[in-house]
Design a protein around this ligand. Structure first.
Ligand SMILES: [Zn+2]
Length: 123
């Protein structure tokens, strides 16, 4: 399953498409995306829950938020925005897998917006 535009949320999967975490750990060497279900917890030791990203293509960039730059990834002139990135572990009893959730996916799971994370970090 392609997950090319990560700014769009995918529709929920059917139950048949969800595999166990143990199964996912075995297949993720070959398969890049999969559906899993489980209890999530924050990965400890995270310094911040956002990163600087190109507003146009959403790729990470090492430029301060608010700047306008020529993006090296998409080559467009674009604003630098804060984008949510939260490391989580998903555990379903068969195993635990570390993953990262971005943008709208993350904001659905946690009660803060990127802007709130960014403001908390910079003030
Ligand atoms: Zn870009």
């Amino acid at each position: 399953m392609a997950y090319k535009d990560s700014s769009k949320l995918l529709p929920p999967p059917s139950a048949n498409d969800i595999i166990s975490v143990a199964n996912a750990l075995n297949t993720l060497k070959d398969v890049k995306t999969t559906w899993i279900i489980g209890k999530i917890s924050l990965t400890p030791g995270q310094q911040k829950f956002w990163f600087e990203a190109c507003e146009n293509c959403q790729k990470a960039i090492n430029v301060d938020v608010g700047w306008v730059m020529r993006c090296p990834s998409c080559k467009e002139e674009s604003r630098v925005v804060a984008r949510t990135r939260v490391g989580i572990a998903v555990d379903d009893g068969t195993g635990s897998i570390n993953t990262v959730i971005f943008g709208l996916d993350a904001e659905k799971l946690i009660p803060f917006t990127t802007l709130q994370f960014w403001e908390a970090h910079t003030r």
